[in-house]
Ligand binder design. Sequence first.
Ligand code: ADP
Ligand code: ASP
Ligand code: MG
Length: 401
Amino acid sequence: MLVVKKFGGSSVADAQRVMNVARIVTDTYKEGNDVVVVVSAQGDTTDDLIEKALEINPRGGKREMDMLLSAGEQISISLLAMAISSLGYPVISLLGWQAGFQTNSTYGAARIKRVDPERIRAELDKRRIVVVAGFQGINKYDDITTLGRGGSDTSAVAIAASMHADVCQIYTDVEGVYTADPRKIPSAIKLTEITYDEMLEMATSGAQVLNNRSVEMAKKYGVELEVLSSLKRAPGTKVKEVTNVEKMLIKGVAKDDSVARVSIIGLPDSPGIAFKIFSRIAKAHICVDNILQSVGRDGTKDIAFTVPASNGDEAVQALKEYCEAKGVKALECDTNVAKVSIVGAGMETHEGVAADMFGALSDAGINIQMISSSEIRVSVLVEKKDADRAVEAVHRHFLGD
Ligand code: ADP
Ligand code: ASP
Ligand code: MG
């Protein structure tokens, strides 16, 4: 079998944890499998490096930032290779470019164009364990790029997809995917299975246990994903096309508190306004989530929408000139908000799920600012201070204590 294993920052945070990972990896190798291991930077290394850069120059440039951040993973791969070697097994570490990761040139959020796995294949043929730096690649200028925060999950899935691995195991600091963040909601339940679509909605709604791009890629290439603990040897959660074990209406509740709401008050109520607004936002490469437009009254209307918090100011900048020209009353960005979502394929065939969610929020005295939904998700925007209580109330309603 070809097994791809990925270990996140907390799983390799110190020497003891690195040795623990080495044992997990060599146990699989010992059984006669080919093993490729993807690792993230140790503990808070990536955050610390970002802080160091900001101290020196907050506008140091995205290319240099990627050069800096890729160093975190370089440390982990060499340390893990040394740990595996100390146990007496053949091993080699490879940086993203050595492992064949070709990306586009969007520094800080690069997309993988392809993985050329020849080198990895050659090393496996020598019966070596291959340790690959996650989160990084190289662009057409031979410059280092990074894939965006949490991107090592995507590195692992990309290798699994390009090499047709039998399984891709994502090891982390919890035992799998739960019905809510188990660190915040003690009654959260570990799921044995979840569909790609459900996991994608969960990840996009703020459950950072898997990076959303990794789930998207796993679905596209049919990679069997498994999320499990690096600290406790126990079965985790399988992410796959169809599940049959749990017939649950709701698979989980997620929170995203890094969102901003942009509101435009007093736009002319005439055709083409939404087009003008959102084409400017798209041109600035900002992803929009919830959109709310009021019913026109006295010749004016209001539009509000959410964007990632880090894009809030950019969104306002992109609209300022247009809004001034149209004489709007106000153009505001509010980061004091959070999005709370419920996800579950079961809601496709059950009516009243959204109403139930709103009821639970109402009972908890929480005001809903905006609502959006897909076939298998309902999201509400609430005040940031209410977000944890909202998750708790909704989780209790659908999934019990
Ligand atoms: P890693 O460093 O291994 O990549 P992350 O911090 O990115 O780990 O993701 C694991 C964390 O995701 C957990 O510690 C947990 O707090 C959080 N999390 C949020 N929502 C969920 C969920 N529904 N199920 C499991 N973990 C979740
Ligand atoms: N080290 C990177 C980060 O902290 C990538 C990852 O952990 O997946 O975002
Ligand atoms: Mg992660």
